[in-house]
Design a protein around this ligand. Structure first.
Ligand code: BGC
Length: 368
Protein backbone atom coordinates (compact mmCIF):
# COMPACT_ATOMS: atom_id res chain seq x y z
CA UNK A 1 0.00 0.00 0.00
CA UNK A 2 1.05 3.59 -0.60
CA UNK A 3 2.52 5.83 2.09
CA UNK A 4 3.84 9.40 2.19
CA UNK A 5 7.21 9.35 3.91
CA UNK A 6 10.49 11.21 4.28
CA UNK A 7 13.92 10.89 5.77
CA UNK A 8 13.70 12.91 9.02
CA UNK A 9 16.21 15.77 9.38
CA UNK A 10 16.76 15.72 5.61
CA UNK A 11 14.89 18.58 3.92
CA UNK A 12 13.48 17.79 0.50
CA UNK A 13 13.36 14.02 1.08
CA UNK A 14 9.57 13.60 0.83
CA UNK A 15 8.51 10.59 -1.27
CA UNK A 16 5.57 8.30 -2.00
CA UNK A 17 6.64 4.85 -0.90
CA UNK A 18 5.20 1.35 -0.62
CA UNK A 19 4.54 -0.44 2.66
CA UNK A 20 3.27 -3.97 3.26
CA UNK A 21 -0.44 -3.93 4.15
CA UNK A 22 -1.10 -4.53 7.85
CA UNK A 23 -2.85 -7.66 9.15
CA UNK A 24 -5.44 -7.85 11.89
CA UNK A 25 -3.17 -10.34 13.68
CA UNK A 26 -0.35 -7.79 13.91
CA UNK A 27 -2.05 -7.02 17.24
CA UNK A 28 -2.14 -10.09 19.52
CA UNK A 29 -5.00 -11.67 21.48
CA UNK A 30 -7.76 -10.82 19.01
CA UNK A 31 -7.58 -7.12 20.01
CA UNK A 32 -6.70 -5.75 16.58
CA UNK A 33 -8.79 -3.16 14.74
CA UNK A 34 -8.10 -2.80 11.03
CA UNK A 35 -8.78 0.76 9.92
CA UNK A 36 -9.05 2.16 6.39
CA UNK A 37 -7.64 5.69 6.30
CA UNK A 38 -10.10 8.19 4.85
CA UNK A 39 -8.72 11.65 5.45
CA UNK A 40 -5.52 13.06 6.98
CA UNK A 41 -4.78 16.72 7.79
CA UNK A 42 -1.49 18.61 7.63
CA UNK A 43 -0.21 21.15 10.11
CA UNK A 44 2.77 23.26 11.15
CA UNK A 45 4.43 20.22 12.70
CA UNK A 46 4.40 18.47 9.31
CA UNK A 47 5.99 21.60 7.86
CA UNK A 48 8.74 21.52 10.49
CA UNK A 49 9.38 17.81 9.91
CA UNK A 50 9.51 18.42 6.17
CA UNK A 51 11.98 21.29 6.72
CA UNK A 52 14.24 18.88 8.61
CA UNK A 53 13.77 20.62 11.97
CA UNK A 54 11.81 17.97 13.85
CA UNK A 55 10.87 14.29 13.90
CA UNK A 56 12.57 10.88 13.97
CA UNK A 57 12.01 7.55 12.19
CA UNK A 58 11.02 4.32 13.96
CA UNK A 59 14.00 2.40 15.35
CA UNK A 60 15.74 0.37 12.66
CA UNK A 61 14.08 2.33 9.85
CA UNK A 62 15.54 5.25 7.94
CA UNK A 63 12.23 6.79 6.89
CA UNK A 64 9.12 8.06 8.67
CA UNK A 65 5.58 7.83 7.33
CA UNK A 66 4.00 11.22 8.02
CA UNK A 67 0.46 12.13 9.10
CA UNK A 68 -0.98 12.45 12.59
CA UNK A 69 -4.36 14.17 12.07
CA UNK A 70 -6.30 11.13 10.93
CA UNK A 71 -9.83 9.96 10.29
CA UNK A 72 -10.56 6.38 9.30
CA UNK A 73 -13.27 3.75 9.17
CA UNK A 74 -13.08 0.37 10.89
CA UNK A 75 -12.96 -2.45 8.33
CA UNK A 76 -12.48 -5.49 10.56
CA UNK A 77 -12.09 -6.19 14.26
CA UNK A 78 -10.45 -9.07 16.13
CA UNK A 79 -12.50 -11.63 18.04
CA UNK A 80 -11.88 -9.94 21.39
CA UNK A 81 -12.85 -6.42 20.35
CA UNK A 82 -16.21 -5.28 21.73
CA UNK A 83 -15.66 -1.51 21.71
CA UNK A 84 -15.84 -0.97 17.94
CA UNK A 85 -17.50 -2.52 14.91
CA UNK A 86 -16.86 -2.42 11.17
CA UNK A 87 -18.27 0.83 9.77
CA UNK A 88 -17.40 2.89 12.86
CA UNK A 89 -15.43 6.06 12.15
CA UNK A 90 -12.37 6.57 14.33
CA UNK A 91 -9.55 8.99 15.05
CA UNK A 92 -6.25 7.51 16.24
CA UNK A 93 -4.40 9.06 19.14
CA UNK A 94 -0.95 10.41 18.30
CA UNK A 95 1.27 9.80 21.32
CA UNK A 96 1.77 6.27 22.67
CA UNK A 97 2.76 5.40 26.24
CA UNK A 98 6.41 5.41 27.17
CA UNK A 99 7.93 4.41 30.49
CA UNK A 100 7.29 7.24 32.95
CA UNK A 101 4.72 7.15 35.73
CA UNK A 102 2.44 9.43 33.74
CA UNK A 103 2.56 7.05 30.78
CA UNK A 104 1.59 4.20 33.10
CA UNK A 105 -1.60 5.97 34.19
CA UNK A 106 -2.73 6.87 30.65
CA UNK A 107 -1.31 10.41 30.71
CA UNK A 108 1.35 9.97 28.05
CA UNK A 109 0.74 13.57 27.00
CA UNK A 110 2.48 14.41 30.30
CA UNK A 111 5.32 11.93 29.81
CA UNK A 112 8.63 12.84 31.43
CA UNK A 113 10.54 10.43 29.19
CA UNK A 114 13.37 12.01 27.21
CA UNK A 115 11.91 10.54 24.06
CA UNK A 116 8.26 10.12 23.27
CA UNK A 117 6.61 8.12 20.54
CA UNK A 118 4.17 9.97 18.31
CA UNK A 119 2.60 8.61 15.13
CA UNK A 120 3.80 10.48 12.08
CA UNK A 121 6.13 12.66 14.15
CA UNK A 122 8.54 10.78 16.36
CA UNK A 123 9.61 7.11 16.24
CA UNK A 124 6.27 5.76 14.94
CA UNK A 125 4.90 5.72 11.42
CA UNK A 126 1.91 7.94 10.79
CA UNK A 127 -1.36 7.69 8.93
CA UNK A 128 -0.57 9.04 5.44
CA UNK A 129 -1.15 5.55 4.11
CA UNK A 130 -4.10 3.33 3.22
CA UNK A 131 -4.66 1.12 6.27
CA UNK A 132 -3.39 0.61 9.78
CA UNK A 133 -4.01 -1.79 12.64
CA UNK A 134 -4.36 -0.62 16.23
CA UNK A 135 -5.90 -1.58 19.55
CA UNK A 136 -9.29 -0.05 20.44
CA UNK A 137 -7.78 1.74 23.47
CA UNK A 138 -6.03 4.19 21.14
CA UNK A 139 -8.99 4.90 18.89
CA UNK A 140 -11.70 7.47 19.53
CA UNK A 141 -15.10 6.75 18.00
CA UNK A 142 -16.61 9.58 15.97
CA UNK A 143 -20.37 10.16 15.90
CA UNK A 144 -21.89 10.16 12.41
CA UNK A 145 -23.00 13.81 12.80
CA UNK A 146 -19.45 15.18 12.83
CA UNK A 147 -17.84 12.80 10.33
CA UNK A 148 -17.31 15.52 7.72
CA UNK A 149 -15.27 17.65 10.11
CA UNK A 150 -13.71 14.87 12.18
CA UNK A 151 -10.27 15.29 10.62
CA UNK A 152 -10.14 18.37 12.88
CA UNK A 153 -10.45 16.23 16.02
CA UNK A 154 -6.72 15.88 16.66
CA UNK A 155 -5.93 19.62 16.47
CA UNK A 156 -9.03 20.24 18.61
CA UNK A 157 -7.61 17.89 21.29
CA UNK A 158 -4.51 20.08 21.53
CA UNK A 159 -6.71 23.10 22.23
CA UNK A 160 -8.90 21.13 24.65
CA UNK A 161 -5.87 20.14 26.64
CA UNK A 162 -4.47 23.68 26.77
CA UNK A 163 -7.74 25.26 27.88
CA UNK A 164 -8.54 22.47 30.36
CA UNK A 165 -5.09 22.81 31.88
CA UNK A 166 -5.60 26.56 32.24
CA UNK A 167 -8.92 26.06 34.02
CA UNK A 168 -7.45 23.36 36.26
CA UNK A 169 -4.49 25.54 37.20
CA UNK A 170 -6.75 28.46 37.98
CA UNK A 171 -8.60 26.48 40.61
CA UNK A 172 -5.83 27.94 42.80
CA UNK A 173 -7.90 31.17 42.71
CA UNK A 174 -11.05 29.57 44.18
CA UNK A 175 -13.39 31.96 42.30
CA UNK A 176 -11.70 32.32 38.89
CA UNK A 177 -14.28 33.30 36.33
CA UNK A 178 -12.41 34.39 33.18
CA UNK A 179 -14.13 37.23 31.39
CA UNK A 180 -11.80 38.03 28.54
CA UNK A 181 -9.08 36.07 26.81
CA UNK A 182 -6.64 36.87 24.04
CA UNK A 183 -5.78 34.28 21.43
CA UNK A 184 -2.60 34.91 19.51
CA UNK A 185 -2.68 33.47 16.03
CA UNK A 186 -5.61 32.79 13.72
CA UNK A 187 -4.43 29.55 12.13
CA UNK A 188 -6.25 26.30 12.85
CA UNK A 189 -5.18 26.17 16.50
CA UNK A 190 -5.85 29.88 17.15
CA UNK A 191 -9.27 29.63 15.51
CA UNK A 192 -10.14 26.50 17.46
CA UNK A 193 -8.94 28.09 20.71
CA UNK A 194 -11.22 31.05 19.93
CA UNK A 195 -14.09 28.62 19.35
CA UNK A 196 -13.50 26.67 22.54
CA UNK A 197 -13.22 29.77 24.70
CA UNK A 198 -16.44 31.12 23.18
CA UNK A 199 -18.10 27.76 23.94
CA UNK A 200 -16.94 28.27 27.55
CA UNK A 201 -18.62 31.69 27.62
CA UNK A 202 -15.43 33.76 27.54
CA UNK A 203 -15.10 36.99 25.50
CA UNK A 204 -12.20 36.64 23.10
CA UNK A 205 -9.88 38.99 21.25
CA UNK A 206 -7.97 37.11 18.55
CA UNK A 207 -4.83 38.73 17.19
CA UNK A 208 -3.01 37.82 14.00
CA UNK A 209 -0.81 39.52 11.44
CA UNK A 210 -3.15 40.07 8.49
CA UNK A 211 -5.65 42.88 8.33
CA UNK A 212 -9.33 42.06 8.10
CA UNK A 213 -11.45 41.25 6.23
CA UNK A 214 -10.36 37.77 5.17
CA UNK A 215 -11.64 34.29 5.90
CA UNK A 216 -9.87 33.90 9.26
CA UNK A 217 -11.10 37.25 10.59
CA UNK A 218 -14.62 36.43 9.34
CA UNK A 219 -14.45 33.12 11.22
CA UNK A 220 -13.36 34.88 14.42
CA UNK A 221 -16.18 37.40 14.14
CA UNK A 222 -18.74 34.69 13.34
CA UNK A 223 -18.11 33.42 16.87
CA UNK A 224 -18.82 36.84 18.37
CA UNK A 225 -15.13 37.34 19.10
CA UNK A 226 -13.09 40.40 18.12
CA UNK A 227 -10.35 40.19 15.47
CA UNK A 228 -7.36 42.53 15.61
CA UNK A 229 -4.43 42.78 13.25
CA UNK A 230 -1.08 43.20 14.95
CA UNK A 231 -0.18 45.54 12.08
CA UNK A 232 -2.54 48.05 13.72
CA UNK A 233 -2.40 47.10 17.38
CA UNK A 234 0.15 45.14 19.37
CA UNK A 235 -0.87 42.66 22.03
CA UNK A 236 0.32 45.12 24.66
CA UNK A 237 -1.94 47.83 23.20
CA UNK A 238 -4.81 45.34 22.92
CA UNK A 239 -4.38 44.49 26.61
CA UNK A 240 -4.64 48.18 27.50
CA UNK A 241 -7.72 48.64 25.30
CA UNK A 242 -9.59 45.38 25.96
CA UNK A 243 -7.87 43.66 28.89
CA UNK A 244 -6.71 42.85 31.42
CA UNK A 245 -6.62 39.40 29.86
CA UNK A 246 -7.47 36.56 32.24
CA UNK A 247 -6.07 34.05 29.79
CA UNK A 248 -3.78 34.28 26.77
CA UNK A 249 -3.53 31.35 24.36
CA UNK A 250 -0.38 31.60 22.23
CA UNK A 251 -0.59 29.73 18.93
CA UNK A 252 1.36 31.76 16.39
CA UNK A 253 4.39 29.49 16.04
CA UNK A 254 6.56 32.58 16.62
CA UNK A 255 8.23 32.15 20.01
CA UNK A 256 9.26 35.80 20.69
CA UNK A 257 5.58 36.65 21.11
CA UNK A 258 5.47 34.46 24.21
CA UNK A 259 7.46 37.10 26.05
CA UNK A 260 5.18 39.91 24.95
CA UNK A 261 2.26 37.77 26.12
CA UNK A 262 3.92 37.34 29.51
CA UNK A 263 3.91 41.09 29.89
CA UNK A 264 0.42 41.64 28.50
CA UNK A 265 -1.15 38.99 30.76
CA UNK A 266 -3.39 40.38 33.51
CA UNK A 267 -2.84 39.82 37.23
CA UNK A 268 -3.66 36.25 38.33
CA UNK A 269 -3.80 35.38 34.62
CA UNK A 270 -2.68 32.24 32.85
CA UNK A 271 -0.68 32.05 29.63
CA UNK A 272 -1.02 28.87 27.59
CA UNK A 273 1.90 28.23 25.23
CA UNK A 274 0.97 25.87 22.42
CA UNK A 275 3.45 26.65 19.61
CA UNK A 276 5.91 23.88 18.72
CA UNK A 277 8.98 25.81 17.56
CA UNK A 278 11.72 23.55 16.26
CA UNK A 279 14.05 26.39 15.20
CA UNK A 280 16.82 28.10 17.16
CA UNK A 281 15.59 31.70 17.33
CA UNK A 282 16.95 33.91 20.13
CA UNK A 283 15.59 37.20 21.36
CA UNK A 284 16.39 39.86 23.97
CA UNK A 285 13.65 40.30 26.58
CA UNK A 286 12.94 42.75 29.45
CA UNK A 287 13.70 40.06 32.02
CA UNK A 288 13.24 42.12 35.18
CA UNK A 289 9.91 43.53 34.07
CA UNK A 290 8.57 40.13 33.04
CA UNK A 291 9.76 38.49 36.23
CA UNK A 292 8.37 41.31 38.36
CA UNK A 293 5.02 41.12 36.60
CA UNK A 294 4.81 37.40 37.26
CA UNK A 295 5.84 37.68 40.90
CA UNK A 296 3.72 40.68 41.87
CA UNK A 297 0.84 39.59 39.64
CA UNK A 298 0.69 35.91 40.60
CA UNK A 299 0.76 34.94 36.94
CA UNK A 300 1.20 31.45 35.50
CA UNK A 301 2.65 30.33 32.16
CA UNK A 302 2.01 26.78 31.09
CA UNK A 303 3.27 24.83 28.11
CA UNK A 304 0.97 22.26 26.59
CA UNK A 305 1.58 19.40 24.20
CA UNK A 306 -0.47 16.53 22.86
CA UNK A 307 -3.62 15.30 24.59
CA UNK A 308 -4.97 12.56 26.85
CA UNK A 309 -8.00 10.34 26.13
CA UNK A 310 -10.29 12.71 28.07
CA UNK A 311 -9.30 15.54 25.73
CA UNK A 312 -10.26 13.42 22.71
CA UNK A 313 -13.67 12.80 24.26
CA UNK A 314 -14.01 16.51 25.06
CA UNK A 315 -13.00 17.41 21.49
CA UNK A 316 -15.75 15.20 20.07
CA UNK A 317 -18.30 16.71 22.47
CA UNK A 318 -17.26 20.29 21.81
CA UNK A 319 -17.19 19.81 18.04
CA UNK A 320 -20.73 18.43 18.31
CA UNK A 321 -21.74 21.44 20.44
CA UNK A 322 -20.06 23.79 17.97
CA UNK A 323 -22.10 22.27 15.14
CA UNK A 324 -25.26 23.10 17.11
CA UNK A 325 -24.25 26.62 18.16
CA UNK A 326 -22.25 27.69 15.11
CA UNK A 327 -23.51 25.38 12.34
CA UNK A 328 -21.04 24.93 9.49
CA UNK A 329 -18.32 26.95 11.20
CA UNK A 330 -15.86 24.07 11.60
CA UNK A 331 -16.25 22.94 7.99
CA UNK A 332 -15.16 26.42 6.87
CA UNK A 333 -11.72 25.57 8.30
CA UNK A 334 -11.37 22.75 5.77
CA UNK A 335 -10.09 25.07 3.08
CA UNK A 336 -7.76 22.90 0.99
CA UNK A 337 -8.76 19.34 0.10
CA UNK A 338 -6.31 17.32 -1.98
CA UNK A 339 -7.54 14.12 -3.61
CA UNK A 340 -5.46 10.96 -3.15
CA UNK A 341 -2.05 10.12 -1.71
CA UNK A 342 -0.57 10.41 -5.22
CA UNK A 343 -1.04 14.19 -5.03
CA UNK A 344 1.10 14.46 -1.89
CA UNK A 345 3.39 17.11 -3.40
CA UNK A 346 0.45 19.41 -4.00
CA UNK A 347 -0.65 18.96 -0.38
CA UNK A 348 2.78 19.63 1.12
CA UNK A 349 3.38 22.58 -1.21
CA UNK A 350 0.33 24.20 0.37
CA UNK A 351 2.19 24.18 3.70
CA UNK A 352 4.96 26.31 2.30
CA UNK A 353 3.10 28.36 -0.29
CA UNK A 354 1.85 31.93 -0.23
CA UNK A 355 -1.79 30.99 -0.57
CA UNK A 356 -3.69 31.45 2.71
CA UNK A 357 -4.45 27.96 3.98
CA UNK A 358 -6.32 27.13 7.16
CA UNK A 359 -6.46 23.35 6.85
CA UNK A 360 -4.99 21.35 3.99
CA UNK A 361 -5.84 17.67 4.01
CA UNK A 362 -5.67 14.64 1.80
CA UNK A 363 -8.77 12.63 1.00
CA UNK A 364 -7.16 9.22 0.95
CA UNK A 365 -10.44 7.39 0.30
CA UNK A 366 -14.07 8.54 -0.08
CA UNK A 367 -15.65 9.53 3.23
CA UNK A 368 -19.04 7.90 2.69
C1 BGC B 1 0.55 17.40 17.40
C2 BGC B 1 0.63 16.83 18.78
C3 BGC B 1 2.08 16.56 19.15
C4 BGC B 1 2.92 17.80 18.94
C5 BGC B 1 4.39 17.61 19.28
C6 BGC B 1 1.47 18.57 17.24
O1 BGC B 1 1.42 19.01 15.93
O2 BGC B 1 -0.77 17.80 17.10
O3 BGC B 1 -0.14 15.65 18.85
O4 BGC B 1 2.18 16.13 20.48
O5 BGC B 1 2.81 18.22 17.59
O6 BGC B 1 5.04 16.64 18.54
Amino acid sequence: MKAIALIPRKPGSLFLGELPAPELDDVPDGRGVLVRVLRVGLCGTDREIQAGEYGAPPLGCDFLVLGHESLGVVERVGTMVTELMPGDHVVARVRRPGTSLYDAIGMQDMSTDDEYQEHGINLLHGFFTEQYVDVPEFLTKIPAGIREIAVLTEPMTVVEKGVTQAFEIQQRLRIWNPKIAAVMGAGTIGLMATLLLRLRGVDVVTLALDEKPYLNSDLVEALGARYLSTRNMSLTEAAAAHGPFDLIFEATGFSPLVFEAMQALGKNGVLVMASVTGGDRTVEVPADAINMGFVLGNKVAVGTVNAAPAHYRAAVQDMTLAEALYPGWLSRLLTHPVRGLDNYKQAFDLLNGREPVIKAYIDVAPLN
